[in-house]
Design a binder for this molecule. Structure first.
Ligand SMILES: O=C(O)[C@H](O)[C@@H](O)[C@H](O)[C@H](O)COP(=O)(O)O
Length: 222
């Protein structure tokens, strides 16, 4: 593990994402960035927040979220607010993926309505990946995986035996529609999972496979 190389990678990714947003904002009024949660994006969020951008013209949303209040330690919305929406970047319009409804199934329609108002198609989708090949909240053992891979709905509530909380995820279709796709990962374990995904043929085993031909620009550090 090398913190310095992860920081360097985060800075390179931030510059590439900022450039993509600037490019799109040259021809459209607003641009949308879709980010992932987890631990990997934190240095990227900080580096992007430091980039000079017309933040008030940028929408930000998440690829997925745990159905927890924003005060929870593992809320992706909290992560985005604390590390990305800081300084001038606080001017961005952020659309979280949770509501006050007790379950994601009950909140799904309101979330879908909220995110439909954003500047689709997204300029960039940044995906993470877990050791089981999941990306966003498309887990191999999600009960709704087949639905989330096939539906044209924007967001899907998911129940996953391997995960402690219910979640909500953007559908594969909605994520596919973005202009640019990035996979941001670190560590030898994840490189090995990606190699398996590149060699395999079933998105139900390693859901990241559903994005390999987007094309997916991989940002990896040891
Ligand atoms: O909120 C999340 O957890 C993301 O939805 C998930 O898909 C994440 O990108 C991977 O699990 C990688 O997480 P790490 O960056 O923490 O390894």
């Amino acid at each position: 593990m090398s913190d310095a190389s992860r920081e360097r990678l985060a800075a390179q990714l931030a510059e590439a994402v900022a450039e993509a947003l600037r490019q799109d904002l040259a021809t459209q009024e607003r641009a949308l960035l879709v980010v992932s949660g987890g631990s990997t994006p934190v240095p990227f969020f900080r580096a992007l927040a430091a980039c000079e951008l017309p933040w008030s013209r940028i929408d930000v949303t998440l690829a997925d979220e745990r159905w927890v209040p924003e005060t929870a330690a593992d809320s992706n919305a909290r992560l985005v607010r604390e590390h990305l929406l800081q300084g001038p970047a606080a001017e961005a319009h952020f659309a979280p993926l949770t509501t006050s409804a007790p379950t994601p199934e009950q909140g799904e329609a309101e979330v879908a309505e909220r995110i439909e108002r954003l500047a689709w198609p997204a300029s960039v989708v940044i995906l993470g990946m877990g050791g089981d090949g999941h990306t966003a909240s498309l887990f191999p053992d999600s009960q709704e995986l087949a639905l989330a891979l096939a539906t044209d709905a924007a967001a899907v509530a998911v129940r996953t035996p391997s995960q402690p909380q219910p979640r909500i995820t953007l559908s594969a279709d909605r994520l596919h529609q973005a202009r640019r796709h990035v996979l941001h990962i670190s560590g030898g374990d994840k490189r090995a999972v990606l190699a398996r995904a590149l060699a395999g043929d079933d998105s139900r085993e390693l859901p990241i496979r559903a994005f390999l031909s987007c094309p997916l620009a991989t940002y990896w550090a040891p």
